[in-house]
Design a protein. Structure first.
Length: 458
């Protein structure tokens, strides 16, 4: 089982959700999205196999909740989860499904799924294991969809059948307490995992991973019947191994987003968009347009209302730290390494090197100072124009060197540029991926302006 991340996201706020996708029986006005995930990082320092949550207003840029710690932890089976999926049921409540697997022991064979019920994603009740088959194999990456013809939920997951490769299986349930024994739902004749569904214009679409070459493919059917889906797209890939497709519609526009994840612990999301799901044609988005929760893997997303989102933030809180993304190298984040400030490609370890507490400026509370999360007595300061991580020595000079003022971004006014407090003609910029303070003006080159533009997020 090559692990997957994503579940995709939709873009904006406010409209009516795709009800077949979420399983909600009555139309609701949604103002954002909730995401479920687990975490890993390149050296596995961030490995955490509990249920994590994040929220987003636009479905592209995410705020981790509970300081990116789990909000629920499995206690049965392997005592760990992967691949969580959030289903909004027909009555408007939620059920969370997840793979029963802790870590990367791919030889572990569980016929069960982790299940929680929730009215609001703030409390989780009725935790249990649900058996979906009796085969001597696993049940990976579950997703559930309402099948109106059957009046039941179809739980689709990956398992190895008699042919010796992974296929997509289906079990049916009305209550997620008992389920029918799994049967083959889709078998393209090679290893296939990670089925994900959406319904558009009365047509059902399922995207999955070809596990032989790590590409995504789309299928379609007029029903949810087993063996009724046929491939209708070519291979979708960003040029490297990808898995865990998930698509969701913008709440305000005729735009659909599909997410995919690299399977290794070096997990990084990719996102595509289309205005015509039926065409099967997707355009890869620039990393500048989206930000995944730090260390997140295999996301599960559902639209939520404004009150649900505010309730989640009130219960769990937003992070006390930020991450800072480069404008013209949006796959890179500001971090410290050997006390040098630089931008490096996400993900990396120690992952805490990219987390910053933005505190009131040491020399001027109207400005900001960047305090390291993993070295909390140390701040970014300029020294001979280079930006370095240094311990606060209590001097006025240090305070001034470590204070910056946020202004509209030179390259994009919705982003941010940072002006030095005591060298006010100079701004933080990267050069050769290393941070320094240089003069930037309205007459500076496009490259200089982009080098000095950042997004403060999570």
């Amino acid at each position: 089982m090559k692990r997957r991340t994503l579940l995709a996201t939709g873009a904006a706020l406010g409209g009516a959700a795709a009800l077949t996708r979420t399983g909600s029986a009555a139309a609701a006005t949604y103002a954002g999205y909730a995401m479920a995930y687990f975490t890993e990082s390149p050296t596995m320092a961030a490995a955490s196999y509990g249920l994590h949550l994040a929220v987003s207003a636009d479905g592209l840029n995410w705020t981790p909740l509970n300081q990116n710690r789990p909000v629920a932890t499995p206690t049965l089976g392997s005592t760990g989860l992967r691949d969580p999926f959030i289903l909004r049921r027909q009555d408007g409540t939620f059920t969370v499904l997840a793979t029963d697997l802790k870590g990367t022991d791919w030889a572990y064979q569980s016929q069960y799924l982790h299940i929680w019920d929730s009215a609001d994603l703030r409390t989780f009740t009725g935790y249990r294991l649900l058996k979906v088959h009796s085969l001597a194999t696993h049940a990976w990456a579950p997703e559930a969809v309402w099948d109106p013809a059957r009046g039941q939920y179809a739980i689709v997951y990956s398992a190895v059948n008699a042919s010796g490769h992974n296929v997509l299986m289906v079990s049916y349930t009305t209550d997620f307490r008992t389920a029918t024994s799994g049967v083959v739902f889709f078998d393209p004749g090679y290893d296939a995992i990670d089925g994900s569904f959406v319904t558009v214009g009365g047509v059902n679409y399922m995207y999955y991973k070809n596990n032989n070459n790590s590409t995504l493919l789309g299928t379609r059917s007029s029903t949810f019947n087993p063996n009724s889906f046929s491939v209708h797209t070519g291979a979708i890939t960003p040029g490297r191994g990808v898995e865990a497709p998930q698509i969701v519609k913008s709440n305000t526009a005729n735009t659909w987003y599909m997410w995919g994840d690299t399977w290794s612990p070096n997990g990084r999301f990719f996102a595509w968009q289309t205005s015509d799901v039926a065409s099967g044609t997707w355009s890869l988005l620039n990393d500048r347009l989206y930000t995944q929760p730090i260390n997140s893997k295999h996301l599960g997303i559902t639209p939520i209302t404004a009150s649900e989102m505010s309730g989640l933030i009130a219960t769990y809180g937003a992070p006390t730290w930020n991450r800072i993304k480069s404008y013209n190298f949006p796959d890179r984040y500001v971090r410290h390494a050997d006390n040098v400030a630089r931008i490096d490609v996400y993900p990396f370890d120690p992952y805490q090197d990219q987390q910053w507490t933005l505190v009131p400026g040491l020399a001027d509370p109207a400005g900001v100072s960047f305090r390291s999360v993993n070295f909390p007595t140390m701040y970014l300061r300029h020294w001979s124009y280079a930006l370095v991580l240094a311990a606060d020595d209590g001097t006025a000079a240090f305070d001034a060197d470590a204070t910056f003022h946020r202004v509209p971004g030179f390259a994009d006014s919705s982003w941010t540029s940072f002006r030095s407090h005591n060298l006010p003609d100079r701004f933080i910029r990267h050069s050769g991926y290393v941070l320094r303070v240089d003069p930037i003006t309205s007459g500076s080159t496009t490259t200089d302006k982009q080098d000095a533009t950042f997004r403060v997020g999570y």
